[in-house]
Design a protein around this ligand. Structure first.
Ligand code: NAD
Length: 313
């Protein structure tokens, strides 16, 4: 297959390209990436893939350029987005452009050339659950995004669904929980904790650190997307999770323990505005439809992640 991957110089996109091209030796990938501050083109294992891989520096909102590339492809997987909630609170406008108008541009192109489209989305579209509940999100949960980042991702999902319903485009959506692993930008909790602890710097934690996130190793996410692309049903949405709910404070303590550092390095800061308290995802639909299961335990994945940062990715 000829794939177009957008945002493939970022964290999850680059892991996906490395995973896919190592596994599907006949396939080619064109990576379209605007190369924002969050990107690093060296995340892709260029030397291994030769002319099966090409990077195009472009913005997904440029419909003309997207059309030229997409018309010759079999499949578009969209990872491109502004992804950091804090940045969306400080300055939302680029989030609307990339995360919403960018998806509109890709939908127009895939519709025109009848190309399969997969939208990578987030569990944050469902909002937040109370700390003391056992409730989980599933595909029937009502969208209730709580910050500008999740609102733009939710809006994009709705647009994809409207294109499926109105134009019958061949599209799927996946909403995944919090990822971690190699090549993640150190603005995010796990790589921030690892890189700061390695430099013996104090580690800031929002509020009281009690917020719960549902963690998945990035390679398990890539494998789940592969399952949807190869076995999922067109028109469907699938939730992805490894059922690893952890309090932020416990994740940070675990990393410090693994690095042999003191818990005294943690300090608490003023909480993020409108901070979501708990995410919890039920991946039953995906498991039943495709047989996907995560491969990595949280501890093993954390060890691999720490290794990738200590050995310089
Ligand atoms: N990181 C997570 O835990 C997580 C969880 C669920 C879903 N997601 C989704 O997965 C996707 C990838 O997330 P990530 O953590 O790898 O993000 P990231 O910030 O590491 O990478 C995003 C990439 O997109 C590129 N990009 C941004 N705007 C662009 C534009 N207009 N045109 C072209 N390229 C553009 C950036 O240059 C960067 O390389 C996002 O859509 C995000 O919403 C992330």
């Amino acid at each position: 297959m000829k794939l177009v991957v957008t945002g493939g110089a970022g964290f999850i996109g680059s892991n996906f390209i490395n995973y896919w091209l190592s596994r599907y030796k006949e396939d080619t990938i064109v990576n379209i990436d605007k190369l924002t501050y969050a990107a690093d083109p060296h995340n892709v294992h260029l030397k291994e893939f030769g002319d099966r891989y090409r990077l195009v520096k472009a913005d997904i909102t440029e419909q003309q350029t997207m059309s030229e590339i997409i018309k010759n492809s079999d499949l578009v997987v969209n990872f491109a987005a502004e992804s950091h909630v804090d940045n969306s609170i400080a300055s939302p406008s680029q989030f609307l452009v990339s995360n919403y108008m960018g998806v509109f541009s890709l939908l127009e192109c895939t519709r025109k050339y009848d190309v399969r489209f997969h939208q990578i989305s987030t569990d944050e579209v469902y909002g937040s659950l109370p700390l003391d509940s056992s409730e989980t999100f599933d595909e029937n949960t009502k969208y209730n995004p709580k910050n500008p980042y999740s609102a733009t991702k939710a809006a994009a999902d709705l647009l994809v669904n409207s294109y499926i319903n109105t134009y019958g485009i061949k599209a799927t959506i996946s909403n995944c929980s919090n990822n971690f692993g190699p090549y993640q930008h150190p603005e995010k909790l796990i790589p921030k904790t690892i890189t700061m602890a390695l430099k013996n710097e104090k580690i800031p934690l929002y509020g009281n650190g009690e917020q719960i996130r549902d963690w998945i190793y990035v390679e398990d996410h890539c494998r789940a997307v592969e399952s949807i692309l190869t076995k999922g049903r067109i028109g469907e949405t699938y939730l992805i999770s490894s059922r690893n709910e952890k309090r932020n404070i416990d994740v940070v303590k675990k990393i410090l323990e693994m690095l042999g550092k003191s818990r005294d390095m943690i300090y608490f800061t003023k909480d993020r505005l409108g901070h979501d308290v708990r995410y919890s995802i039920n991946p039953k639909k995906l498991e039943k439809a495709t047989g996907w299961k995560p491969v990595y335990s949280f501890e093993d994945a954390l060890k691999l992640t720490i290794k990738s940062y200590t050995e310089g990715n």
